[in-house]
Design a protein around this ligand. Sequence first.
Ligand SMILES: [Zn+2]
Length: 153
Amino acid sequence: MAKEYKTLRTEIRLPYELSYGATWTRFFEGMAEKKIYGTKCGQCNRVLVPARSFCPRCFVDTTDWVEAGQQGTLTAWSYVSYRYFGMPTEPPFISALLRLEGTDVDFLHMIGGFDMSDFEQTRKVVKNGMKLRAVWKDERQGHILDIKYFEPA
Ligand SMILES: [Zn+2]
């Protein structure tokens, strides 16, 4: 007969500070102005968003700044119905990848602006390829969550 062991449920916290550096500082300053900034790679011409200091494909510094569109196309999504440490908002919510107009990489954010309390109803509304637009908070502080979510356009 196998022995059963008791378990202890606990939580590990790892507080830290991250310096934004020049590129992310400018990106987050844009958030406060309702602007989504990306940077363009001079070698492959891709527009990267959020702005990055270098192209992870070409390994060259990016130097040109581009303002991304406020609308985009949904490329992938995940329905989150459980609570976890560090979650961006109360569940249920939808974590989503979208391709903003004028950019060449997917942008991670959330979808909202409609009732998503029932998953089966939600999956009838949310479809890859749907058009979405940014909904900004009235009070912004230079944070990624200055965009409340992207709603169906
Ligand atoms: Zn590149």
